[in-house]
Design a binder for this molecule. Structure first.
Ligand code: ZN
Ligand code: ZN
Length: 256
């Protein structure tokens, strides 16, 4: 029993260390690059130093909650035999399950995000994250723990229901950690692959979510927002304008 508890805590601690390291590395790198690309800033407004510090501190707390959910899923998979165990997956299996997980997490995130934007949950669960109107890299994980239970419990459940090797799920989580930081950077750094109506998400997509609040709920793709009519009416026009302004696309090839 004690052995189990110790190995569970060690698993959670290892996941937490990896997520923290990824968060700080991504934030420091993106912030440094953003300073050199001031022309790509999406909003004229900037957050106060106090607000950025608040977001950084809360992110460190919040990542502990996410690590607990991921670590619990991983530990139960390895030690209790829960989940669909994939025996020695090949490269194709790994790529396929990674893509599957991208779509499933995007679906989970979209619907849970819409749920916590309803009157019933918004103020108590999600309003904290929206105190930041002009997102910056450090605000990516600035959420209450209850918010993480809605949006991030995917990382617990996925271990049990998706036929995916744990290492692939972990790579997806690290990808989500880095893409989330970039998505909150406040600077449009996407390339021409995000030119609307591309299903790939740009930085402008989530930046609009912080500005206009009740729109653009997805995290990896624009499918669900387009399908459900929750994409901001100015989304495509603003993404095109920001991509042209950033130099990622040329106006002769990509007409606004
Ligand atoms: Zn939101
Ligand atoms: Zn956000």
């Amino acid at each position: 029993m004690l052995d189990h508890l110790v190995s569970l805590l060690l698993t959670i601690a290892a996941v937490y260390a990896a997520l923290l390291a990824t968060y700080f590395f991504a934030c420091l790198t993106i912030t440094k690059l953003s300073r050199r690309r001031a022309g790509r800033k999406i909003q004229a407004r900037t957050e106060t130093r106090a607000q950025i510090n608040r977001d950084r501190l809360q992110s460190v707390v919040s990542l502990a909650g996410i690590a607990t959910m991921f670590g619990l899923g991983h530990w139960s998979y390895q030690n209790l035999g829960y989940g669909t165990h994939v025996q020695e997956p090949g490269l194709l299996d790994m790529v396929g399950s990674f893509i599957l997980s991208l779509f499933l997490f995007d679906t989970w995130f979209y619907w849970m995000h819409r749920l916590i934007h309803t009157k019933l949950f918004y103020r108590k669960v999600h309003a904290w994250h929206h105190q930041t109107v002009s997102p910056e890299a450090w605000s990516n994980n600035s959420d209450l723990l209850i918010d993480n239970i809605f949006l991030q419990s995917y990382w617990l459940v996925a271990h049990f229901v998706i036929p995916i090797a744990p290492v692939v799920l972990f790579i997806h989580k690290l990808y989500d950690q880095i893409s989330g930081v970039i998505g909150h950077s406040g600077h449009e750094v996407a390339g021409s692959v995000c030119w609307p109506p591309s299903p790939l998400i740009s930085v402008t997509h989530h930046d609009q979510h912080h500005r206009f609040v009740h729109c653009n709920y997805a995290t990896h793709f624009t499918f669900w927002d387009r399908l459900m009519g929750t994409l901001h009416p100015m989304h495509d026009r603003e993404v095109k304008r920001n991509l042209l302004r950033s130099g990622a696309c040329r106006s002769s090839l990509h007409r606004p």
